[in-house]
Design a protein around this ligand. Structure first.
Ligand code: 5GP
Ligand code: ZN
Length: 114
């Protein structure tokens, strides 16, 4: 996906504050943070939304969730708590159509969400 914003971040065409990177997953700080920790965990491979997932994606989604938990732990939020969110399509407010797991921590997060 040549013009996808997050694919361009993967290719380092657009700068981002990278928190973690391996062959399959990239984690970087959200440009408009909503909490003291607000990172986005993405697959390097383009997947537009959770609606496009197939069984062959189970591995990468598991890696993303485990990576989010590992970063929360590394940054000292495992016990206090943290939130992980995938937004999908308009009603959930998805604005970038390359799946990303929001990782938020460092303040009390109200529930239910808006
Ligand atoms: P969504 O609303 O799709 O769930 O989340 C998209 C997120 O991407 C938003 O929290 C937004 O602040 C973040 N974002 C949008 N453009 C950029 C960018 O160029 N760089 C970074 N680091 N984050 C971005
Ligand atoms: Zn993409």
């Amino acid at each position: 996906m040549s013009n996808c914003l997050f694919c361009r971040i993967v290719r380092k065409e657009i700068p981002a504050a990278i928190v973690y990177e391996d062959e399959r997953v990239l984690v970087f700080n959200d440009i408009n943070p909503q909490a003291p920790l607000h990172a986005l965990v993405i697959p390097k491979r383009h997947i537009a939304s959770l609606n496009e997932l197939s069984g062959s994606d189970d591995g990468i989604v598991g890696e993303m969730v485990r990576r989010a938990a590992a970063i929360a732990r590394e940054k000292g939020y495992a016990d206090r708590g943290f939130r992980t969110v995938f937004n999908t399509n308009a009603d959930a407010g998805q604005t970038v159509f390359h799946i990303h797991l929001h990782l938020l921590a460092g303040r009390p997060l109200s529930w239910p969400p808006g």
